[in-house]
Design a binder for this molecule. Structure first.
Ligand code: CS2
Ligand code: MG
Length: 402
């Protein structure tokens, strides 16, 4: 099963996506997502210039060996660019293996551990009233879990509150736009939002909130305490996570569960968080954490320490990543939740897929492989557009975490 071709496709059907398509001598193809928001072309170059030439002629069946070859072989290990590139190759090879076996990828991962993958949607709006209306829309669509973000009085724009409700997209300009942040205003406002939402929707709806790495551990501990009466499913990314031991402080003070990991690339980013049981959900993804092969390792370590999965699934992760995520989600023993932000119609058309949403669950494809593809002709009609994520400043002008 020799690899005879591998090509990198960059397309922008509403936002930029990088996709790797691998082809074998027998004509079997596989796809992998390599999108890294705001740094798309760096991964495209890593693949085209350094990885693709070494893939040609390799045996497509040797997934683990190829993973090790790309990880150890580069000498320079880890990092989002490297790991997204490796992820794309790994995902494409799992897709090929499934097609050759005639089985959906989840069957190769041990088969189903559950009937459906519980997903959460994003309710975001400027005011508490508006956000309640957004939550109600998700409940009507069948969602069992909703993430809630609102504007903060006194701040011009807030993370998570976009113009478009179903496809929130923060990468809005070639040069980063500047947003404003105030921890005091935020901490004062957010508990009241959850008091209202919990009161209106009752105890059975799972509620989540994304702090987007903006607090210090002691501030996060306080927020966790303030939110305890509203029984959140998780408080996400309370602090930047480079300092894994920083989570000890949060943990000592609150029973609000903690989720973190959308920027993690390898198990080394979270091994202390997991081993010391400092978190409850690990949110690493197929595309940014080295593909199905490596993400499964992270989830296996997590399973030993009562940590569940909660993979990132924002609009900047393509339907190829979502398709792959669902095969893992449905098969692992310690699945928690899957984020599901819907893609635009143009994106869905460029990436035809057969996973489907019903009653608050996503269901992976039953087709051999991942059950997703890229329509290259359609993709060619959407050329790359430079777009960066914003930066954040405190009211005195200090650059803060976005
Ligand atoms: C977010 C993302 O979905 C989330 O939890 O944190 O919207 C994140 O900001 C983007 O995916 C960054 O690319
Ligand atoms: Mg997040």
């Amino acid at each position: 099963m020799k690899i005879i071709d591998a090509r990198v496709i960059v397309t922008c059907p509403g936002r930029n996506f990088v996709t790797l398509k691998v082809e074998t001598q027998e004509g079997v193809t596989g796809v992998g997502d390599a999108t890294l928001n705001g740094r798309e072309l760096a991964v495209a170059s890593y693949l085209t210039d350094h990885v693709v030439p070494a893939l040609i002629g390799r045996d497509a069946a040797r997934i683990e060996d190829t993973w090790q070859y790309l990880y150890r072989g580069a000498y320079w290990r880890r990092g989002p660019v490297t790991m997204s590139a490796i992820a794309a190759v790994d995902t494409a090879l799992w897709d090929i293996k499934g097609k050759v076996a005639g089985l959906p990828v989840y069957q190769l991962l041990g088969g189903r551990s559950r009937d459906g993958v519980t997903v959460y949607g994003h309710a975001n709006a400027e005011s508490v009233e508006q956000v309640c209306a957004e939550v109600a829309r998700y409940v009507e669509m069948g969602y069992r879990a909703v993430r809630v973000q609102t504007g903060i009085p006194g701040l011009a724009a807030t993370y998570g509150v976009g113009k478009d409700k179903l496809f929130y997209e923060p990468a809005d300009a070639a040069i980063p736009t500047e947003a404003q942040w105030s921890t005091d205003r935020y901490l004062h406002h957010i508990p009241g939002v959850f008091a209202r939402v919990r009161d209106e929707f009752g105890p059975n709806l799972k509620l989540l909130h994304d702090v987007h790495h903006r607090l210090t551990p002691i501030e996060a501990a306080r927020l966790g305490q303030l939110l305890e009466p509203y029984a959140l499913t998780w408080m996400e990314d309370p602090v930047p996570a480079e300092l894994q031991e920083g989570f000890r402080l949060i943990r000592q003070h609150t029973t609000t569960p903690i989720a973190v990991g959308e920027v993690f690339n390898t198990v080394w980013d979270c091994q202390q968080l997991i081993r010391e049981q400092l978190i409850d959900y690990v949110r690493a993804t197929v595309v940014h954490a080295g593909g199905i092969t490596h993400l499964r390792r992270i989830f296996d370590l997590a399973a030993l320490h009562h940590v569940r999965s909660g993979s990132h699934g924002a609009t900047d992760l393509s339907p190829v990543c979502m398709a792959a995520a669902l095969h893992l989600d449905v098969s692992i023993p310690n699945f928690g939740l899957q984020e599901y932000m819907r893609h635009t119609e143009a994106t869905d058309a460029v990436f035809p897929h057969t996973y489907r949403f019903a009653d608050g669950y996503l269901h992976p494809s039953e087709e051999p492989g991942l059950g997703v593809d890229i329509d290259e002709e359609l993709a060619a009609g959407y050329p790359y557009r430079p777009a960066s994520l914003p930066v954040n400043r405190l009211e005195d002008g200090t650059l803060h975490h976005w």
